[in-house]
Ligand binder design. Structure first.
Ligand SMILES: Cc1ncc(COP(=O)(O)OP(=O)(O)O)c(N)n1
Ligand SMILES: Cc1ncsc1CCOP(=O)(O)O
Ligand SMILES: [Mg+2]
Length: 233
């Protein structure tokens, strides 16, 4: 697994990973997704619907998956490898209380993206990475109103991971254009956001543009030094 996945282009230092709002009406949300994806670089879209039926998820996949895939943006489904495979998604994201990684991989196949929530745990991330996860997700880095977050991660976790491991890491939880610089600087490969884009006062296009501008402006000091402080050259 290269540092670039889930990207389609050559690996960039850090890219945007869009997660949908937990409740949406597909027909109304589709133009908002188009606006977001046409506003700048997005590596992937995760459909994350909570408290809805499998048929609701199927309808949302049918409406939103083509919008992402037509733009070479990977379409990842949260929680359900079975539905992800059935609906032609590019991947699935599983948490620690969802389908275990190995079962998710069996269902999805080797070519699909399988990402794993690792909270603030080095141990969970090493296990997921060794088992073959395409990325590990750490968080929550900041307070968030989108989910009751029971774990809090610090940027040093990203720095440690990025310096030691090849498997990409995703940072999630309360991330905005205003606070993301330390995460980029620490070596996050992807920043996963919900409200920073979908609740942006200028609309989702402005949200994507603001996140990408903030990512581009952030320093990337993690490549310059090792944890012992020596210059990595
Ligand atoms: C990229 C990314 N990271 C973490 C999560 C959280 O997954 P999980 O812990 O399973 O919680 P729910 O999202 O299912 O409520 C995620 N979805 N995406
Ligand atoms: C799904 C998830 N997992 C940890 S925090 C979170 C929600 C992120 O949403 P936001 O970007 O609005 O804080
Ligand atoms: Mg989950």
């Amino acid at each position: 697994m290269s540092k670039g996945k889930p990207s389609q282009a050559e690996p960039a230092a850090c890219r945007l990973y869009l997660v949908t709002p937990p409740v949406l009406e597909p027909a109304a949300f589709a133009p908002r997704l188009i606006e977001a994806l046409d506003a700048g670089d997005v590596a992937c879209v995760q459909l994350r619907l909570k408290n809805c039926s499998d048929d609701d998820v199927r309808r949302a996949c049918d409406a939103l998956r083509p919008i992402a895939q037509e733009r070479d943006v990977a379409f990842i489904l949260n929680d359900s490898p079975r539905l992800a495979r059935e609906m032609g998604c590019d991947g699935v994201h599983v948490g620690q209380t969802d389908t275990p990684y190995r079962d998710a991989r069996k269902i999805m196949g080797n070519d699909a993206i399988v990402g794993v929530t690792c909270h603030d745990s080095r141990h969970l991330a090493m296990v997921a990475g060794e088992e073959g996860a395409d990325y590990v997700a750490f968080g929550a880095f900041f307070p968030t109103a989108t989910k009751i977050a029971e774990h809090h991660a610090e940027p040093d976790l990203l720095r440690w991971w990025a310096e030691l491991m090849e498997v990409p890491c995703v940072a999630i939880g309360g991330i905005t254009a205003a606070n993301c610089a330390p995460l980029v600087a620490a070596g996050a490969d992807f920043l996963a956001v919900v409200s920073a884009v979908w609740d942006h006062p200028g609309g989702p296009g402005a949200g994507v543009a603001a996140m990408n501008a903030a990512i581009a402006a952030a320093p990337t000091d993690w490549v310059a030094t090792k944890t012992d402080g020596t210059d990595a050259g």
